[in-house]
Design a binder for this molecule. Structure first.
Ligand code: SF4
Length: 54
């Protein structure tokens, strides 16, 4: 797989089409992070809005 790992964006979500397989990095130049909560309090409240299922 030819994947350009962006060393500024670590990611472990292997199910995402932008994930770099064996390397735990995102291949995008930038991502958008958001939240599904009205008042986020912990990291689980945040989401990568650039996620795209493989
Ligand atoms: S788009 Fe988000 S979820 Fe997908 S590999 Fe990049 S950082 Fe991870």
């Amino acid at each position: 797989m030819n994947c350009h790992a962006n060393k500024s964006i670590e990611c472990t979500v292997h199910q995402c089409s932008h994930h770099c397989g064996s390397e735990n990095y995102c291949s995008l130049d930038r991502i958008l992070v958001g939240t599904h909560e009205s008042d986020p309090t912990v990291d689980q409240c945040t989401d990568c809005m650039s996620f795209h299922r493989k």
